[in-house]
Design a protein around this ligand. Structure first.
Ligand SMILES: [Zn+2]
Ligand SMILES: [Zn+2]
Length: 410
């Protein structure tokens, strides 16, 4: 049961130490599970494979920056957040979706306890103006194997995905109420949160499984406050193919096409993270609104991975007015500085108007940004590397707000 409404998350921090020991052992378990999956899942980076004890996304502070920022540069990052709205285009703060979980899978067992109260305190402390908090639509199906990585072990029964969507949405609403997070229904909610030193929660769902074949669930999700749906995740669903499994549908399905049309009409952003290039092309053929890839990065000649995209793929999204959120997942990155390089590479490929920030906070394997308390280091580092204030403002939130507004405009 959520306790009474508390205006600021100060009190939240008190409770977290008690659970920390348990969390640490769970985290180690997940580390081993994922390490066992190893190279097959996370790419052939031998330096990472040897470092299985590195923390999983767990709200711990940055240890290895890989670059120097002096106190003035750090202060400039914090001051930047006082002037500009900043948005994380994809997040699962504290893995809220595990709260009071009524079932277990090997994956959820390994993830352990949710720590959403601590993560929300970090959002406030880090001065994040808007965050897309995503439910995980296919969570009940997922398992980690040594050969196939994270994948769906079975199919959903009718109604099962919808029931879990409703459960996670109720958790999300309770979380928002418990911490008096600002509502994030439109861009002005985020601008207002920035001005009032608050964080606006924008509801999102990772995976369109819960829609089943019911187009009426799209406007229903909008009424629930959902403003973005990552149409596919790790389960090959009714909508289209995914990056991490062999193609099944050959792109977007006919039902997927109808769902994209409904999302355009309802005002829900189509998020194409996890979608194949074929699905992306098919969606862009029919979408009347700009889309986003909320969390990915460019593959490079030196490093590729199924979850990374080609520059051709990213440019297609940009050409349609969309954005790509750069992802500090640790895939092809060892330090925070590597993440800053990922952002800069995206800017070079798609331009300053099409790059955003999508952390996937608290659901990453060895992320190079692990706490929202370090959020200001992103603008600090971009400014330190010579970007102008107005350019950094676009990356940190302006570009997302443009896409958000376009999707809400009839
Ligand atoms: Zn994802
Ligand atoms: Zn995610």
């Amino acid at each position: 049961m959520p306790p009474g409404k508390s205006p600021m998350p100060r009190r939240i921090i008190a409770g977290h130490d008690a659970a920390e020991a348990a969390q640490l052992s769970r985290r180690a378990a997940l580390g081993h599970l994922i390490a066992a999956a190893g190279v097959a899942t996370f790419g052939a980076d031998p330096s990472r494979a040897q470092n299985a004890s590195a923390p999983i996304g767990d709200a711990s502070r940055l240890a290895d920056m890989g670059m120097k920022l002096d106190p003035e540069q750090r202060a400039a990052g914090a001051a930047f957040l006082g002037r500009h709205a900043s948005v994380d285009t994809h997040s699962h703060p504290g893995r809220f979706f595990l709260k009071d979980l009524p079932y277990e899978t090997p994956t959820t067992r390994a993830f352990g306890e949710a720590f959403e109260d601590r993560a929300v305190a970090d959002l406030y402390a880090g001065r994040v103006s808007g965050v897309l908090i995503a439910a995980v639509a296919d969570m009940r199906l997922l398992e980690m194997t040594a050969t196939a990585g994270l994948h769906a072990a079975r199919e959903y029964q009718p109604g099962e995905a919808y029931a879990d969507y409703q459960r996670q949405l109720a958790e999300l609403k309770a979380l928002v109420a418990r911490h008096a997070l600002a509502k994030g229904l439109n861009p002005s909610d985020i601008d207002s949160a920035q001005r009032h030193r608050r964080t606006a929660a924008v509801f999102a769902v990772e995976g369109g499984d819960f829609l089943e074949d019911r187009l009426d669930r799209v406007p229903e999700a909008f009424r629930d406050g959902v403003r973005a749906i990552t149409v596919v995740h790790y389960h090959v669903n009714q909508i289209g193919d995914i990056q991490t499994e062999a193609p099944v549908h050959g792109g977007l399905t006919p039902l997927g096409k109808s769902i994209v049309g409904e999302m355009n009409r309802a005002g829900i952003i189509v998020d194409l993270a996890h979608a194949t290039f074929a699905v992306t092309k098919d969606v862009l053929d029919v979408s009347t609104k700009p889309v986003m890839i909320s969390h990915s990065n460019l593959a490079t000649p030196a490093f590729s991975h199924p979850r990374l995209i080609s520059s051709e793929h990213a440019k297609l999204v940009a050409a349609a007015g969309g954005i790509v959120g750069s992802w500090p997942s640790g895939i092809g990155q060892s330090t925070f500085a590597d993440y800053i390089d990922s952002i800069r590479r995206l800017v070079d490929a798609v331009g300053i108007d099409h790059t955003a920030i999508g952390t996937d906070m608290d659901a990453n394997y060895r992320p190079v940004l692990r706490s929202y308390r370090d959020w200001s280091l992103i603008p600090a580092a971009l400014l330190a590397r010579g970007m102008h204030d107005a350019e950094v403002a676009k990356i940190m939130g302006g570009n997302f707000l443009r896409v958000f507004k376009a999707n809400l405009t009839r």
